[in-house]
Design a protein around this ligand. Structure first.
Ligand code: DP6
Length: 335
């Protein structure tokens, strides 16, 4: 094996994934709906894999035994077994998040994408990027999308073996269509329900879950059509619809799942007031209290400043479109 260093950027879903397919092996982690995301430049994970005497996982310089390590090494086992016979060589996996503030933003997307790309290079696997996205998906659904840069579509697929549930890059918004995503971190309360658990609760108990799954293909088609026309207003309308439909589904779960804090609502109202006043931004919110606003790059500073001063807002980061995951072999990296 080789010693390698991989980088993968986080992504935010604009058309959301919430819920898993139940007609297939749960270990494949197949989403019930497709999704569409934007990879971000300013939030990324760096993961180094080196040969070692025994498996070891360090995250942000701390030894991480237990469940997180078990997930990491299960992912390495899957990748190794896809191309090699026999036992996987023991590895030291060292992962670090480069996020502007210490906590509060999900990192499983960039984390599993970086791990997948690193392991494939360390084990010298012949897999292409789409296949790597399928492996990343088995770690975390959103990670499949972080293999690629810019706007990315994760296909739901229909095959029971999950081979058609892969991500695909759609478009990298460049200087001809400058876009930004303003990430507004609000009050950190006690940790809410994790997304894996929350989406399962919605599937089992929310009366809106069926309609959520059924209407998702139309949202994806509308978002892709808006992207093709570079029509931010049309894209933004779908982005907000998908977000609030997902949160309606969360709220209608038993017991209810509510991720919003007072500051989340204050930011929403601020963003909508700005839009009324001619500064268009479009809201999306994941399984947490933070608000992300899609807008033209020229409007990002106004939205940032207007939200930064609201009570309960902890940090605001203006992100642009980010690149695909990448990896390099380290000097003297053959083992
Ligand atoms: C609300 O990808 O974290 O962010 O596949 O169970 O690891 P698992 O879930 P995860 O869920 C993401 C949920 C979301 C929407 C999205 O990113 O599409």
């Amino acid at each position: 094996m080789k010693s390698v260093l991989a980088t993968a950027h986080s992504n935010i879903a604009l058309v959301k994934y919430w819920g898993k397919r139940v007609d297939a092996d749960p270990s494949l982690n197949l989403p019930a709906v497709g999704s569409l995301s934007l990879t971000l430049d300013r939030l990324w994970t760096e993961t180094k894999i080196e040969p070692a005497a025994a498996d070891r996982f360090t995250f942000d310089r701390r030894e991480e035994p237990g469940k997180p390590a078990a997930k990491v090494f299960a992912a390495l086992d899957r990748l190794w077994a896809s191309h090699h016979d026999g036992a996987r060589p023991p590895c030291h996996v060292e992962s670090r998040n480069h996020f502007p503030t210490a906590a509060g933003l999900a990192s499983s997307a960039s984390g599993f994408a970086a791990l997948t790309v690193a392991a494939a290079a360390a084990f010298e696997l012949p897999h292409d990027a789409r296949t790597l996205s399928a492996f990343a998906r088995m770690g975390s659904g959103s990670a499949a999308r972080s293999i690629f840069g810019g706007f990315v579509r994760l296909h739901r697929g229909t095959r029971r073996d999950g081979s058609d549930c892969v991500a695909e890059p759609l478009l990298m918004p460049g200087p001809t269509w400058p876009l930004a995503l303003v990430v507004i971190q609000t009050t950190r309360g006690p940790k809410g329900v994790g997304s894996t658990e929350g989406m399962e609760r919605s599937r089992l108990t929310a009366p809106y879950y069926g309609p959520w799954v059924e209407t998702s293909p139309q949202d994806l088609a509308d978002a892709e059509a808006a992207l093709e026309r570079r029509d931010l207003a049309a894209l933004g309308e779908v982005v907000e619809h998908s977000c609030f439909k997902m949160h309606a589904c969360m709220l209608a779960s038993r017991p209810p799942i509510l991720y919003w804090k007072p500051a989340t609502l204050a930011v929403m109202e601020q963003v909508w007031a700005l839009r009324e006043a001619g500064v268009p931004g479009y809201i999306t919110i994941d399984a947490g209290p933070h608000v992300k606003v899609l807008c033209a790059a020229e409007h990002a500073p106004t939205i940032r400043d207007a939200c930064a001063s609201l009570p309960g807002v902890e940090a605001v980061t203006v992100c642009g479109p980010g690149p695909a995951a990448s990896v390099r072999v380290l000097e003297g990296g053959n083992a």
